[in-house]
Design a protein around this ligand. Structure first.
Ligand SMILES: Cc1cc2nc3c(=O)[nH]c(=O)nc-3n(C[C@H](O)[C@H](O)[C@H](O)COP(=O)(O)OP(=O)(O)OC[C@H]3O[C@@H](n4cnc5c(N)ncnc54)[C@H](O)[C@@H]3O)c2cc1C
Ligand SMILES: *[C@@H]1O[C@H](CO)[C@@H](O)[C@H](O)[C@H]1NC(C)=O
Ligand SMILES: *[C@@H]1O[C@H](CO)[C@@H](O)[C@H](O)[C@H]1NC(C)=O
Ligand SMILES: *[C@@H]1O[C@H](CO)[C@@H](O)[C@H](O)[C@H]1NC(C)=O
Ligand SMILES: *[C@@H]1O[C@H](CO)[C@@H](O)[C@H](O)[C@H]1NC(C)=O
Length: 377
């Protein structure tokens, strides 16, 4: 695909966002959910759910940098929850399946996910100590018990990419990723979690009670789940950074627009040096983060392990989003404290960036591991 084709494609995406998504964001935020099946079908038809996935399963067969171009464009959606749910479907629950899954699994789970016919979720995070999802093998089946917390779009997803213990052994060698249909007997949605942000995206707590799934639903090799998930996390984190970059730019731009027209004693708020200097500083940080993202992406598509750079970008994105949301909201005054302006939604939604997909401290631990600064055993 040429650059021109991609530009036309991104233009189509912008149209979908402007016509099918943004006019309804306020309503979906209020309802705590958006019609994922409908939106995913529109995006799937246009090819946006499988940008870097194989053509034979309905993907566009492009490299990951094109997925990130789409992630950046999705940042034009006026909330964080919907792009996050789209990202789970396109680039968080599926990378391992696309890379390591059997042809049968890809036909059954990957293809309909890319087409937007089913909704996917990712089950990695767990409720608490001792609540790990455990499996027992009986013949050709696993019997799954345990629970997963914080599952984006878990309340109505059709299948889950589940990380579960499948054998005895050292921590990183006894887990597997399993494609788990959510309609199976024994899958219980415990509750839809009430959150301070990302409101348009539902987040569920899911429990498994003797759920039986064929062993052939394991992605790739049994016992490699942890390793696969670490690879999958690289894409999840880069995707999150790309997505939030556009949101940060939009928040700055809206803040410029608002503070230029809002005058106090005949002077636009924007023309106070403290305000426009601060916005210039923030914009500079956004550009620095963009450079880091692009560098990590360029290395990644050449086949390098970019865990360190991706972790740095994710860490920085979380910190910058918090600073930027706070500073910009301040310049909106009382308007910034109302619920439905972009800046306050960003303030709430972006707080997740420092927590989800591994908290800031986890990113720091990973970076330290690569810097070899952790205490030696
Ligand atoms: C809206 C939302 C959607 C989500 N969607 C999904 C999803 O679809 N699938 C999924 O699997 N997960 C999902 N998550 C889970 C998310 O990835 C986790 O919340 C995140 O990884 C943090 O894990 P935890 O909540 O268990 O925090 P904990 O592990 O309990 O950590 C709590 C805090 O302890 C500190 N901490 C943790 N580790 C360290 C350390 N090594 N050193 C120092 N301090 C540390 C950090 O400050 C951290 O924030 C979602 C979460 C939310 C809120
Ligand atoms: C997985 O490994 C851990 C750590 O060695 C162990 O405690 C646990 O029992 C194992 N789980 C299973 C299901 O084998
Ligand atoms: C699963 O494995 C983890 C380590 O990977 C271990 O801490 C946990 O105890 C195991 N849980 C069960 C229920 O086997
Ligand atoms: C989750 O998926 C279902 C369709 O399976 C959809 O109806 C629901 O609105 C979705 N919610 C979110 C927030 O994605
Ligand atoms: C800010 O104003 C400019 C010029 O009027 C307009 O083109 C742009 O879309 C506005 N930006 C936002 C984010 O509202």
């Amino acid at each position: 695909m040429t650059i021109i084709c991609l530009l036309i494609h991104l233009f189509i995406l912008l149209q979908i966002i402007d016509q099918e998504i943004n006019p309804h964001v306020a309503k979906w935020e209020e309802e705590g959910q958006f019609p994922a099946h409908k939106i995913f079908k529109i995006l799937g038809n246009a090819g946006f759910l499988g940008v870097n996935k194989p053509v034979e399963y309905g993907g566009l067969g492009l490299d990951f940098s094109f997925s990130l171009a789409v992630a950046e464009e999705l940042g034009n959606i006026n909330c964080g929850g919907i792009p996050m749910a789209i990202g789970v479907q396109s680039d968080m629950a599926t990378p391992a399946l696309a890379r390591f899954g059997s042809a049968e699994l890809k036909k059954e789970f990957l293809q309909p996910t890319i087409m937007g016919d089913v909704v996917a979720c990712l089950g990695v995070s767990e409720t608490g100590a001792g609540s790990d999802v455990a499996t027992v093998r009986k013949g050709d089946e696993y019997i799954i018990n345990g629970g997963k917390m914080w599952t984006t779009n878990g309340t109505q997803a059709d299948w889950m990419c589940l990380l579960a213990n499948t054998s005895e052994g050292p921590a990183h060698k006894n887990k597997s990723l399993i494609c788990l249909p959510m309609k199976l007997p024994g899958v219980h949605i415990a509750r839809k979690i009430d959150k301070i942000g990302m409101k348009a995206s539902d987040t569920a707590e899911v429990f498994f009670d003797d759920v039986r799934v064929p062993c052939t639903n394991v992605i790739g090799q049994e016992g490699m789940g942890f390793t696969y998930q670490m690879l999958q996390f690289q894409e999840e984190r880069l995707w999150g950074v790309a997505n939030i970059l556009t949101m940060m730019e939009n928040v700055i731009e809206e803040t410029i627009n608002y503070t230029r027209q809002r005058k106090i004693f005949k002077q636009p708020i924007l023309y106070h040096q403290v305000v426009h200097f601060r916005l210039a500083e923030l914009q500079t940080e956004v550009e620095l983060l963009r450079s880091l993202l692009h560098r990590a992406t360029a290395l990644y598509i050449k086949g390098n392990d970019v865990t360190k750079l991706a972790s740095m970008a994710k860490l920085k994105a979380g910190r910058l989003a918090r600073e930027l949301g706070d500073s910009c909201l301040q310049y909106w005054g009382g308007m910034g404290f109302t619920s439905d302006v972009l800046v306050s939604r960003f303030y709430r939604d972006s707080r997740l960036m420092s927590i989800g997909a591994g908290a800031d401290e986890v990113m720091l631990s990973i970076i330290c591991k690569y810097m070899d600064t952790l205490p030696r055993k």
